[in-house]
Design a protein around this ligand. Structure first.
Ligand SMILES: *Cc1c(COP(=O)(O)O)cnc(C)c1O
Ligand SMILES: [Zn+2]
Length: 408
């Protein structure tokens, strides 16, 4: 099936053998999976995809799983690519698109990474998984671990959206709510690794989640008929989706499927947690730890991404940028956009549309460019955050005005 040659440290270049259990390099750098792309290309073509399964596993030739029987799939991937004429008209953009990953299993794009990572855990015989999560990664791990029949130990901040907590419990995971941030959760997972024998599924401490997220880049290319958009706005927490898309572009270029021209990659963050934006603006190659991180866009609450240097490299190499918006801006945009397009985005996705206004004002995006907003999740997972836009007192007001029908 797959032709992995080895894993390679993205910091020091040291190589590791495929088919064995790995976390990070001995230098602490994240490991990146390498394939024999020449061999992949010989047995695979864009035309082959015409009859491929309608999930991200249509790209199995460039995914790390060796045996089809190891694949744990709930139908993730091949999400809709939606043209947004109404929001585009408001913003003055002729060619605005949203890739809607809110329709994935567990309502977020985390399904892609965890489907791949749990499949690899099955293949490598790992039985006990653990994850620190800002919310959606936990939900996805819990779902795929349930489907695979293996143990999931989950550590989340105690103020995660209720949807994430309820999903993890429903899927039968062992859940610990932590009075702290994802960085505090990560410490608890590291402790359990030593005492409980857990395998750490953290972003970039596990080599295969990013491979699953790579399918985002393949799908964008395929759905746009192998022509990449001019700009991609991506709500950046740990930045794995950004790294995954970039890796996909490189692989597809090696296959001759896309040209060398890359989209300008834009990292969007929330004002309450903007380490990537700060580092980008300062011209630094790594992020500083963001103290007291807070945002309703919980997926963006990552005080210091492990792959910060990789994210910043990509933003600069692509001619892109990094922007932040306030929570009020991103929640208001989520509601406005839903009313215009019939698509209820996660606050993280809505942050990207809100950021577009700023980029247009700054002249960083032009009216006739093809712009893609990556919506990473479903608005329905964030009822507490969005309900601040529909306070109950307003409902009561409606009642007085006769908006509510009371049965006799
Ligand atoms: C995790 C998450 C993000 C951030 O993803 P990264 O790839 O880690 O940057 C964005 N949006 C949502 C909805 C998420 O769950
Ligand atoms: Zn290394």
């Amino acid at each position: 099936m797959t032709t992995i040659t080895h894993l390679e440290c993205s910091l020091c270049g040291k190589q590791y053998e495929a088919g064995r259990v790995h976390n990070v390099c001995e230098c602490g750098g994240p490991l990146s999976v390498r394939y024999d792309l020449v061999q992949v290309r010989q047995g695979w073509s864009r035309e082959w995809l015409n009859n491929a399964p309608p999930t991200m596993w249509r790209y199995a030739a460039v995914l790390p799983v060796g045996k089809p029987g190891s694949i744990v799939s709930l139908g993730e991937g091949m999400s809709p690519m939606v043209r947004c004429r109404n929001a585009g008209a408001r913003l003055g953009l002729e060619d605005l698109w949203v890739k809607d990953d809110g329709v994935n299993p567990t309502g977020s794009f985390k399904a892609r990474g965890l489907s791949c990572a749990v499949s690899m855990a099955v293949e490598l015989g790992i039985r006990k998984l653990a994850i620190p999560s800002a919310g959606n990664a936990a939900s996805a791990l819990a779902a795929y671990a349930a489907a695979a029949g293996i143990e999931a130990n989950i550590f989340m901040p105690r103020d995660v959206p209720l949807s994430n907590y309820a999903e993890c419990k429903a899927f039968g995971a062992k859940v610990t709510l932590v009075d702290g941030l994802i960085s505090d959760c990560a410490r608890l997972v590291a402790e359990g690794r030593a005492t409980e024998g857990w395998f750490d599924m953290s972003t970039l401490r596990e080599p295969y989640r990013v491979e699953g997220k790579k399918t985002m880049g393949y799908e964008i290319a395929e759905q746009f008929h192998w022509e990449l958009p001019d700009v991609i706005l991506y709500p950046t927490g740990g930045g794995v989706g950004l790294l995954g898309m970039w890796k996909a572009f490189e692989e597809m270029e090696a296959f001759g499927w896309v040209s060398a021209k890359r989209p300008r990659m834009v990292a969007v963050q929330a004002e309450g947690c903007r380490p990537v934006v700060e580092a980008f603006e300062r011209g630094e190659s790594r992020c500083r730890f963001w103290e007291n991180a807070y945002t309703a866009a919980s997926g963006l609450r990552v005080p210091k991404p492990l792959g910060d240097f990789l994210i910043l490299d990509i933003l600069r190499a692509s001619g892109g940028t990094a922007v932040s918006v306030t929570d009020a801006e991103l929640l208001d945009e989520g509601v406005k956009f839903a009313a215009e397009e019939g698509l209820f985005m996660a606050p993280e996705g809505a942050a990207c549309v809100a950021a577009l206004g700023k980029l247009i004002a700054a002249g960083a995006v032009k009216a006739n460019e093809k712009i893609l907003v990556y919506n990473t999740g479903a608005g329905l997972k964030y009822l507490e955050a969005y309900s601040t836009r529909f306070p109950r007192s307003a409902a009561a007001e409606q009642d007085k005005l006769g908006g509510l029908i009371t049965p006799r």
